[in-house]
Design a protein. Structure first.
Length: 87
């Protein structure tokens, strides 16, 4: 099994995704950011753009986000997103 990241994706309406991923790609205010296992700690504001979660079982899942925040710490990613639409 490859290294994994536990990811929680939350919107104002509630939990959208909670599971293991191999990659998180998001649009931060200052550009795109990619998160792989063992990434350095990070907190960033999210801008408008795509959010990609890659899982071993479902492949790639994508959403459009219009703001929010992302925290990366100890192979755990928490994303609080506004204007979330799955694409």
């Amino acid at each position: 099994m490859a290294d994994m990241i536990h990811c929680q994706l939350l919107s104002p309406e509630g939990a959208v995704f909670d599971g293991q991923v191999t990659f998180v790609g998001a649009h931060a205010l200052d550009g795109r950011v990619g998160i792989l296992p063992n990434h350095a700690p990070l907190i960033t504001a999210l801008g408008e753009g795509s959010l990609v979660l890659k899982t071993e079982s479902d492949g790639e899942r994508k959403w459009t986000v219009r703001g929010g925040f992302m925290e990366v710490l100890d192979n755990h990613v928490s994303i609080l997103a506004e204007g979330l639409q799955e694409s």
